[in-house]
Design a protein around this ligand. Sequence first.
Ligand code: AMP
Length: 249
Amino acid sequence: MKLLVAVKRVVDYNVKVRVKSDGTGVETANVKMSMNPFDEIGIEEAVRLKEAGTATEVIAISLGVQQCQETIRTALAMGADRGIHVLTDDVLEPLAVAKLMKAIVDKESPDMVILGKQAIDDDANQTGQMLAALLGWPQGTFASKLTANGDSLEVVREVDGGLETIKISLPAVITTDLRLNEPRYASLPNIMKAKKKPIDQMAPADLGVDVTPRLETVSVVEPEKREGGVKVETVAELIDKLQNEAKVI
Ligand code: AMP
């Protein structure tokens, strides 16, 4: 089974993001960047499937600026076999990413494509679903457990009311949820080995995809500062505040 795993380069989850002074977006210059956490889970799952003998090849794909190569190298150090980098400085909206990934799927013919349920920068939660629609493939989104059985896949999904188990046929698109696994740290020998693994580079035009944005960002602002809370001494005081200050009852 051949697996394709998307790995996005995003602002590290420990960084407190700042809005650019001109309000056009979030500051990414001189900010620590890392692999999207849900994509680490995707790589971990793919590598585990390879270790279990279910998968034969794991290909990590990243789309974006030159530094996405570092994200691909991290995936290779975690155990992916090779990388594909679609190089562009343009802003890529989820639909553009889905179209580019479809073009790669058409070339590579994988049995499964694994993406994160969402990228922690745009929180769009769209790319996997759009890719499944473009391919006409089944999708198992928000996966918290995967079991491969020949040409089908059992997926336990995290839904609002609890857990839903579905059976889908391969090839399929999977998006990872937090509880699917706990990603490994790459060991030093594996980081060294990853330097020798191949990464193919191409441009969106090579894949015949127009990535022109369809959305215009009107403005980006910081959330309003929260006011500190107060402690009340009695229930009567609480009710008084709710009635006369907050005016919610
Ligand atoms: P989103 O729909 O933007 O929340 O992203 C969902 C998932 O799509 C991410 O977790 C990644 O697996 C994949 N993805 C989105 N954009 C990119 C990108 N530029 N490069 C690689 N993977 C991406």
